[in-house]
Design a protein around this ligand. Sequence first.
Ligand code: SAM
Length: 325
Amino acid sequence: MQEDAFPEINYLRLSLTDRCNLRCFYCTYWQEFQKLPPGEILTYEELLRLAGVAAQAGIRKVRLTGGEPLTRRGVVQFLARLCQIPGIREVCLTTNGVRLPEMASDLYQAGLRHLNISLDTLQRSRYRRITGQDNLLEVLAGLEEALDLGFHPIKINCVVLKSINDGELLDLALLARDRPLQVRFIELMPTAHRRQWQRHFMPIVEARRRLSGLGPATLVASSATAGPARLFRYPGFRGELGFISPLSQHHCLSCNRVRLTAAGKLRPCLLGNSEIDFKGPLRQGASDRLLAHLFQEALHLKAFETGRPLMKSPWTGAAMASIGG
Ligand code: SAM
């Protein structure tokens, strides 16, 4: 693949922790999941240093993810410092929303505005089935609190699960009718049980077909740091709907992101095997210059990852919770 076929890499996802307070069945093999020892997770100081290096290499957007980033102590103070790094224009957070009711206000005051909340269902028993926990009411309360506080944009990430939530896509979409939300439907990736994936995968084109009753959709142009979602406006909607199809319409050529795992490894490509270790150099006293050089290498590596579609290549085994989904 030609290096110059790629867009500018301006988006870094930081996995703050591999710990999570939910157990979504599709995320990983939880029985076999081995948490990182605490000392193996990058400290906030290390993360801030890397974010500074990344900003100098052209990163403009940073997303905090995990695991569940809001389970890590000190995240609000960390976020406030991250927002101060010169060059970083957008700081975003991806959360399951369980802790939002108690944390949304502090996060807003720390400078956060961009929020992604993962929510696959509006039904309590189904939520328990998917996540293993009974936290739907907290998530919905957190969403309302975030809207009241004025977070914008707020995106709802909904993984489409055939024969689990596919009968509910319209209800989920309607969240964006009366509220200024972006509801994004995402294809299930085979990151955990292969058989479960085969049973529950639904191509995004089918999800769109089921929403066709909403009327004619108008494609919305996306910004330079936007992700892979194709965004649409529907008649009478305050918000928008987005569709993300990592499998059926693989999007290497529009991918502008790299990921730093909780263990301090930079993954140029979610689907590829390469990782560049930053924790070792950081802890061995590497200079900013060396870190910047390593970061540039990772960006170059991205151009050489083939990024084959997951349907044709086996998942490499790393959990979304560790990589930062
Ligand atoms: N805990 C946070 C959350 O729930 O948003 C951040 C981490 S979670 C791994 C990030 C996103 O990855 C969630 O929206 C989750 O639904 C999604 N995800 C996890 N496993 C996935 C899979 N197999 N296919 C598609 N999306 C997945």
